[in-house]
Write a protein that binds this ligand. Structure first.
Ligand code: ADP
Ligand code: MG
Length: 399
């Protein structure tokens, strides 16, 4: 995949109607936005378009639309917040490609900003229906994709519309693609990848692809136990994907063949059961990875493992991290995740964090500003690491 895409700066936007797909899929509670991070992340592109005299038509999805035109998923709350952040009016359309949206789009003056309603109100959106793509395109002269979080989906507003308009990326997509694209295509070495989280199966293809690229692959979190089982250890009540044990054996063999150092936990923090509530008090002890008692469950990496992983990160020049090392939601079980976050923060390296929970962990634990890049796209960043082509990026014009 060619990551060298034209950006908003490569086209003349003055006086043009620019349809800009953003990721305004913000969390809300009782009709209020609980984090406006994604809106803030979209500001550079929107501000550029406004300052360069474009007529800006923004669109996005929010949530999973199950009830037709569910008012709880209206983007009106986003328009209000965006208006505050921009310090100017954001015109809210009552529909997506209906009469109201079209009339308002036609009446825009240079530098005006409007927002279409939730694109997923239209059934054709997730089906990538060309009729919807054409309708969206009919309102604009240029398409800008700045929604990295949905770039792995071929939907009408993320990819389909690019069939009918000149299509370029916004600053957010450009940043994601240039940092992650470079790390994968031409990393400064040593290149260390760290994988964790709950499920091996979700990250199978990532492991396979990363083994082609990295010098060291570190595996922690819940997914490490299937690897430990593949080594012949018993893992007690720990997360285990029995169907993937052979796959893990293959991956260990592949690492050996490629000369990739594969690091697995050498000790683990265990408890009698998963904490309930997840952040509630819990009694734990640390055991060697080959001595997990049958009636216990591994919930974090142990102290020796923390030191081993941190040491491997220390000399790295590129680090990619996806998936927490333990049940970090619980303070007693957050030490492994903190140790890895700290190692990234201390490393003299390009450090990239992808994955929703890993990104949340970095922020929650206070490391966010010491990381080179925290990806805004969980699923999209994983597919990127898998080496897959992202439809929302592939559809944009090459430089
Ligand atoms: P990401 O969103 O960063 O890709 P995942 O969704 O794959 O990460 O996994 C995150 C979850 O994995 C967290 O909720 C965490 O509690 C859980 N987890 C990590 N280690 C373990 C473990 N040893 N046992 C059970 N769950 C774990
Ligand atoms: Mg997750």
């Amino acid at each position: 995949m060619n990551y060298n895409k034209k950006s908003v700066e490569s086209v003349d936007v003055k006086g043009k109607r620019v349809l800009c797909r953003c990721d305004f899929n913000v969390p809300t509670k009782e009709g209020k936005i609980t984090s406006d991070k994604r809106i803030v992340a979209a500001l550079p592109t929107i501000q550029y378009l406004v300052e360069h005299g474009a007529k800006v038509i923004l669109c996005s999805h929010m949530g999973k639309v199950k009830v037709d035109w569910d008012p709880a998923l209206s983007l009106k709350v986003v328009a209000d917040r965006l208006s505050e952040l921009l310090g100017k009016e954001v015109i809210m359309a009552k529909d997506v490609v209906g009469e109201d949206a079209k009339a308002k789009a036609a009446a825009l003056k240079d530098g005006d900003v409007m927002l279409l309603e939730n694109v997923r109100y239209m059934k054709g959106e997730t089906k990538n229906d060309p009729e919807l793509s054409k309708e969206l395109a009919s309102m604009a002269d240029i398409f800008v994709n700045d929604a990295f979080g949905t770039a792995h989906r071929a939907h009408a507003s993320t990819a389909g519309v690019a069939d009918y308009l000149p299509a370029v990326c916004g600053y957010l997509v450009e940043k994601e693609v240039s940092i992650m694209g470079k790390a994968l295509a031409d990393p400064t070495r040593p290149f260390v990848a760290i994988l964790g989280g709950a499920k091996v199966s979700d990250k199978l293809n990532v492991i396979n692809n990363l083994l082609e690229k990295v010098d060291t692959l570190i595996i922690g979190g819940g997914m490490a136990f299937t690897f430990l089982a593949a080594k012949g250890y018993s893992v007690g009540k720990s997360l285990l994907d029995t169907e993937k044990i052979d796959y893990c054996k293959d991956m260990m063999a592949k690492a050996e063949e490629k000369g990739v150092k594969l690091l697995l936990p050498i000790d683990t923090v265990v408890a009698a059961s998963f904490p309930n509530p997840i952040d509630g008090p819990i009694e734990v002890k640390t055991v060697d990875a080959d001595k997990i008692p049958d009636d216990m469950e591994g919930l974090d990496i142990g102290e020796k493992t923390r030191a081993l992983f941190a040491e491997a990160v220390k000399s790295a020049k590129t680090v990619v991290w996806n998936g927490p090392m333990g049940v970090f939601e619980n303070p007693t079980l957050a030490k492994g995740t903190i140790a890895v976050a700290q190692a990234l923060a201390d490393a003299d390296a390009v450090t990239i964090v992808g994955g929703g929970d890993s990104a949340a962990a970095c922020e929650q634990l206070g490391f966010a500003d010491k990381i080179t890049h925290i990806s805004t796209g969980g699923g999209a960043s994983l597919e990127f690491l898998e080496g897959l082509e992202l439809p929302g990026i592939a559809c944009l014009e090459d430089k």
